[in-house]
Ligand binder design. Structure first.
Ligand code: ZN
Length: 166
């Protein structure tokens, strides 16, 4: 996929906005279950996403951005979560972190693929920067996952080699 600059910027703004909104939900959820430690991780991620979104908006300036469809940037819930039980499932900090990690990884892969496939040098340059930023977010969440107890009864089929045997 070779994006034009406006197409790419539209995706980037939408991705960061979506991330900020989802992290805010996760932070509030962790807080309501008195997990202040993980809540503050998510609040930091809210701030990073908002800052990044605002930087990208500054870069957009007066460029007119195309409208996107929500599936092009919305976060995906893991299939294990499904339907009504989703909320209960996310109460586990491990699952919430894993959910965020999966979506950060998607953003990272998106930016990486644009960085290698776009024909526009400015798009490639920005996408490379953004991919590096997302790589740091994935690493930060991995570090948290490594020290978060993994719920015993779920995600048995998850082949994650970094699992904490808590
Ligand atoms: Zn991120």
């Amino acid at each position: 996929m070779s994006y034009t600059l406006p197409e790419f910027l539209a995706h980037a703004v939408a991705l960061e906005h979506e991330a900020a909104e989802r992290y805010l939900e996760l932070a509030d959820m962790m807080e309501s279950y008195r997990n202040d430690e993980v809540s503050s991780v998510f609040r930091d991620m809210v701030r990073f996403s908002q800052m990044h979104r605002d930087e990208i908006k500054a870069r957009v300036g007066s460029i007119e951005l195309p409208k996107l469809r929500s599936w092009q940037y919305r976060w995906r819930t893991p299939p294990e979560m499904g339907g009504e039980e989703g909320f209960d499932y996310m109460i586990e900090p491990y699952h919430a972190l894993k959910y965020a990690r999966g979506n950060e990884a998607r953003a990272m892969e998106y930016y990486r693929s644009v960085a290698t496939e776009s024909k526009d040098p400015e798009v490639r340059r920005l996408a490379t920067d953004f991919a590096n930023e997302e790589t740091e977010h994935v690493a930060a969440l991995d570090a948290w996952l490594a020290r978060t107890a993994r719920p015993s009864s779920t995600w048995e089929s998850d082949p994650d080699p970094n699992e904490a045997s808590a």
